[in-house]
Write a protein that binds this ligand. Structure first.
Ligand code: UDP
Length: 425
């Protein structure tokens, strides 16, 4: 990028996705020029949703779609309840009593009072802001975008949340296996990364050395790394155990880098529970530092993402993009990203993870082969334009309901024939 504040434009992707794809996206975006999209989520940083929205909304803006991103505010009680719901949706236990429901719905009602939701499409992300829909007279499509693994939810929690979900016009989930029985149309969009951010763009050796040095990360031995929010579903303790087993056979340094999102009150506790495992060759770090994430994912001989549940796992895509040899937990979105033995390894236990660490640390050729396939797979499947195009298609699918109303003086020539033919008003 020429200027640090110059936003990424779709044409910047041409070397990666080809001119035809760029033209197609530009064409689709042109038909939606001026469309006002409001995204609502619960955190501006920390976690995959924030990561995606920062890039996606800017890319959409540069394509002429007025993509906005709002945040709900929540008390610690609220986030403690929504974190429990999140755990329950992923198969954990929760007692969802009336008090918790009142906190949840009450905070969202207060947020709704402060929010102006004039838009052509509203996209609500994850369970935290889900009940917002109850507070607005609907003049446009509302979409619920859920990033959580919904394959085995606690049934009481899901039944409760479903009463909100069913007011939406569509839901977008990360994978077909997360589909639930509901009358609302369900679509499946896997997340994607922005290869031009500080986290994902190539760094020079000097830049990487500087970042690793700054945090006292030794580079004399191969690095095994996991970069993840401190969350029990990411199994940081399992990573430490696997590393300890592997270290009986190979020498390496483990770096666990993690952060705590503002909507996740359990993070600090998980972080503290790991500190006793710290030693010379087991580093447990917490820092909000994209360049450090980049340096670690690029320099590590092995990147782990040993999750037990994972809606998608953006960290896996990020590491694969850097050509890393990745070992991922065989679950959720990770199993869709890693072709086992081809673009990384999938593991189901601590022992398996340990065995794979040993195999990879002993075989630089294998690491290179897996890393090359991993990067090619991200380039083909997980870059931001693919996701941006899925959203454009989704917005267009609703077009007959609002486009003429929104732009009475619109140039009808630029509207797709199908939309005009199908409009009801
Ligand atoms: N992340 C980060 N610093 C950290 C830990 C995580 O920047 O210390 C980022 C990570 O690079 C990725 C996102 O947070 O972009 C995590 O997304 P993912 O889908 O892997 O997991 P989530 O946190 O959404 O469950």
């Amino acid at each position: 990028m020429d200027h640090p504040f110059r936003p990424v434009r779709i044409e910047d992707y041409e070397p990666l996705i080809g001119a035809e794809a760029v033209d197609r996206l530009e064409d689709k975006a042109r038909r939606l020029a001026g469309l006002r999209v409001v995204n609502v989520s619960s955190t501006f940083y920390g976690g995959g949703v924030a990561e995606i929205l920062s890039s996606l909304t800017l890319l959409q803006q540069t394509m002429g779609v007025r993509a906005d991103w709002r945040l709900i505010q929540g008390s610690p009680d609220f986030f403690s309840t929504t974190k429990k719901m999140h755990n329950a949706l992923q198969g954990g236990e929760i007692e969802l009593n009336q008090l918790k429901k009142d906190v949840y719905e009450g905070v969202i009602a207060q947020n709704a009072m402060r929010m102006d939701m004039a838009a052509d499409v509203v996209v609500v992300h994850d369970p935290q802001p889900l009940p917002l829909i109850k507070h607005f007279r609907r003049t446009c499509p509302w979409i619920w975008r859920c990033h959580v693994d919904l394959s085995r939810p606690d049934s009481d929690t899901w039944n409760y949340l479903r009463s909100f979900v069913e007011d939406y016009d569509a839901t977008v989930l990360s994978l077909p296996e997360y589909a639930r029985e509901t009358a609302v149309p369900q679509l499946f969009f896997m997340p994607a990364i922005d290869p031009f951010t500080l986290k994902n763009r190539p760094l020079s050796d000097a830049e990487m050395d500087e970042r690793l040095g700054h945090y006292g990360i030794p580079t004399d031995l191969p690095i095994v790394a996991q970069v993840s929010r401190f969350d029990r579903w990411k199994d940081p303790m399992g990573v430490i155990e696997a590393f300890r087993l592997a270290r009986r056979e190979v020498e390496a340094t483990l770096v666990l880098l993690g952060n705590v999102a503002i909507d996740d009150p359990e993070g600090q506790q998980v972080f503290e529970s790991l500190l006793a495992a710290k030693e010379d060759r087991i580093l447990i770090l917490t820092a909000e530092d994209s360049a450090l994430v980049n340096a670690l994912q690029t320099r590590a001989a092995v990147v782990l993402q040993k999750s037990l549940r994972e809606g998608f796992g953006l960290t896996v895509t990020e590491a694969m993009w850097k050509g890393a040899a990745v070992i991922g937990g065989r679950c959720g979105g990770i199993a869709h990203q890693i072709d086992d033995g081809v673009s990384g390894f999938l593991v189901s236990s601590v022992q398996e993870a340990a065995d794979r660490i040993v195999t990879l640390l002993r075989d630089a050729d294998l690491r290179r082969r897996l890393g090359t396939a991993a990067r090619a797979s991200v380039r083909a499947r997980f870059l931001m334009p693919r996701l941006a195009e899925q959203y454009l298609d989704l917005y267009s699918a609703f077009e007959p309901r609002f486009v003429l109303h929104r732009r009475p003086d619109a140039n009808l020539d630029v509207l797709p024939g199908g939309a005009l033919a199908g409009r009801s008003a």
